[in-house]
Design a binder for this molecule. Structure first.
Ligand code: 3PG
Length: 244
């Protein structure tokens, strides 16, 4: 057996109860590697609620222009699946689905073209389905028990949610220390003012949140404001300081 890559070790360390041969799939490892590497490079995952499909392309344009070619479109509106489909046809942005609560929603998101799915909590049924079908899934956790349930399935990239309400950087520092094999994506209450504190933690792969593309800005078509917030966030991720 060839040596496991850093990504294989990160995402599917030994001890999980599924057939490890599945994880030797070059296709799966390649897909995981590409997406996790993108998160690692971008360090921010913009989360958006899209109430109109006509907002999807201008939003994607603003994120790409601002240096964040990634979007998690949450399944909290009737237009989300159409928006995922439209944006996933673009080659210049990585598109995923958020607020994925059921297996049916996983299927709908993947059929629409999502490259990854994110959930607010750890749902064993959804998580097992994603593992079995080699779907990049990032479940939410905020307790050691949930982290260990995810580890049991071989999942090593976890959303820490709701980050600020659960104690923020202090809690994440404490909760991550026994789990050095886990890379966290803190989400919930993050903004350009506290972003750098999270990104400084070695346990943090990237931060997620709606602060980049707030619903009111999308609703009112203020994509220039989204572009400015995006640029500032990228500057913080790169240098730890905003541009203004
Ligand atoms: C999510 O769907 O991941 C959360 O709503 C993001 O939390 P935030 O709105 O506080 O960024």
């Amino acid at each position: 057996m060839r040596a496991a890559s850093w990504l294989t070790r990160l995402l599917c360390g030994s001890g999980h109860r599924f057939d490890s041969r599945r994880f030797e799939s070059a296709r799966w490892e390649g897909l995981m590697s590409e997406i996790i590497s993108r998160f690692k490079a971008l360090r921010i995952i913009p989360v958006a609620v899209l109430e109109r499909t006509t907002d999807a392309m201008p939003l994607a344009d603003a994120l790409v222009a601002g240096g964040l070619p990634c979007i998690e479109i949450v399944l909290r509106s009737s237009k989300a699946i159409d928006a995922i489909h439209m944006t996933s046809l673009r080659k210049d942005i990585l598109v995923g689905a958020g607020t994925v609560l059921t297996i049916d929603q996983v299927k709908a998101a993947m059929d629409a073209g999502a490259r990854f799915v994110v959930s607010p909590g750890f749902n064993p049924k959804t998580a097992e389905y994603c593992v079995q079908h080699q779907i990049v899934h990032i479940p939410g956790v905020c307790t050691p028990t949930e982290i260990e349930a995810a580890l049991e399935l071989g999942l090593r990239v976890l959303k820490f949610f709701p980050a600020e309400a659960c104690g923020g950087v202090n809690t994440l520092t404490a909760i991550s220390s026994p789990y050095s094999q886990v890379a966290f994506i803190p989400t919930g209450g993050i903004h350009n003012g506290n972003l750098a504190r999270y990104l400084q933690l070695s346990s943090v792969l990237a931060c997620g949140g709606t602060w980049i593309a707030k619903s009111e800005l999308i609703r009112s078509g203020r994509f220039d404001s989204i572009l400015n917030i995006t640029r500032n966030a990228v500057a913080i991720a790169n240098d730890g300081v905003p541009t203004d």
